[in-house]
Design a protein around this ligand. Structure first.
Ligand code: SF4
Length: 374
């Protein structure tokens, strides 16, 4: 049986996000590391590599597929109730000790992370998504920026079938990769893990490319929501949260900010789990900064009103939720508050068609997604 490394090395094609340098070296622009890669070596992510002066990138497989409620991504201002057909590949450009997708993201670094890839084509994925009733195709689970060429191939097919597209990403982008994605992407979630460059160094990155990605996505008009996993003692100081939320509010107070609860995972087992009171404190800081839409996640029913969407002008509830479940939907077909008619920022369907599922499930039929370990 071939090793995971051998399979991943085989499932490639030439990348588009790179330039050739001297002495057969290449520079990759798929993520903020912008690795200069010598002949015969992979980049930091371990899935893009230089062979003979050509950059090879992941192609033709998925590390996992799942149907998620769009609220799980989380997107709260994009087609509430929609089913998000979610796919990922393998690998990541960061190495967060608390990663909750470590089986796919760290598959090539950590021998305990095993996730057999499935052979797939963009056509097969989109066909499967349509069959499940999905409205949105989302690249997630591993870091989608490092597999952007594959995501764009899938997104082109998705658009042709009338689906929306999205990334769930750490935001460690470059101007080049964002321009590459721009024509094909509708929704983008950035996981802003901290407001400290020192903390980002611990996770294997830098904060500057992530903040730049947030600014650029907003300028580009891609629908953006930002999430911060609140980890006690890691990123929850008052000063850090004020800096982070001021930064977002200065770009636009309309950017939804989700502050979510940490639970002990992977290699990070020291900090305490986040309590409801911690989320409420962080959310209050976000509101003081001027953010209009602040949500608290992962602790359903324990965070007061912070699962609901309210009109910023009049305070009316326009989407009532419990966890991922949409209990009530009152946004008008024009995306407005039914009471004061203010525009609610986001992407709204002409009419709410109910929710196919409020919890994740695996697609029933994956005949054309074949396990390639065999
Ligand atoms: S995706 Fe990022 S980590 Fe991977 S090779 Fe390119 S620049 Fe380096």
């Amino acid at each position: 049986m071939p090793t995971l490394r051998e399979i991943v090395d085989r499932q490639v094609r030439e990348g588009e996000l790179y330039e050739k340098l001297d002495r057969n070296r290449v520079r990759c622009y798929a993520c903020g590391h912008c690795c200069p890669i010598p002949e015969g070596q992979p980049g930091v992510c371990k899935v893009r590599y230089n062979k003979g002066g050509t950059l090879y990138v992941p192609w033709g497989y998925v590390g996992g597929v799942q149907c998620d409620p769009i609220e799980k991504k989380p997107f709260f201002h994009a087609y509430p109730g929609a089913l998000a057909y979610s796919f990922g590949m393998l690998g990541c450009d960061l190495h967060c000790a608390y990663c909750q997708n470590w089986v796919t993201s760290q598959a090539l670094r950590d021998p305990n992370a095993v996730s057999p890839p499935l052979s797939a084509s963009p056509e097969a994925l989109v066909k499967d998504a349509v069959r499940q009733g999905a409205k949105v195709l989302v690249s997630t689970y591993n870091e989608p920026l490092i597999t952007s060429e594959w995501a764009v191939a899938v997104f082109k097919e998705a658009r042709a079938a009338g689906l929306m597209t999205g990334f769930v990403s750490n935001g460690n982008g470059t101007p080049q990769v964002l321009e590459f994605l721009r024509p094909w992407i509708d929704l983008y979630k950035v996981d802003l893990k901290s407001f400290s460059d020192r903390r980002y160094h611990e996770l294997g990155g830098r904060i500057a490319p992530i903040l730049d990605t947030i600014r650029r996505l907003h300028q580009m008009g891609v629908w953006l929501e930002v999430v911060t996993l609140l980890i006690p003692g890691f990123n929850d100081s008052e000063e850090e949260l004020r800096g982070l939320t001021d930064f977002l509010a200065n770009i636009s107070p309309q950017i939804p900010w989700h502050v979510t609860a940490f639970h002990q995972d992977y290699k990070m087992e020291d900090p305490n789990n986040t309590r409801p009171a911690d989320l409420l404190r962080a959310a209050a800081i976000g509101k003081q900064a001027g953010l209009h839409h602040v949500y608290a996640g992962n602790l359903p029913g324990m965070v007061d009103d912070l699962e609901n969407t309210r009109c910023h002008q009049c305070g009316e509830i326009v989407v009532r939720r419990h966890s991922y479940f949409v209990e009530e939907y009152r946004v008008t077909p024009e995306g407005r508050c039914p009471s004061c008619h203010s525009q609610i920022p986001g992407r709204w369907a002409k009419r709410f068609e109910g929710q196919i599922a409020d919890r994740p499930f695996l697609p029933r039929r994956r005949a054309s997604l074949v396990n390639i370990l065999n």
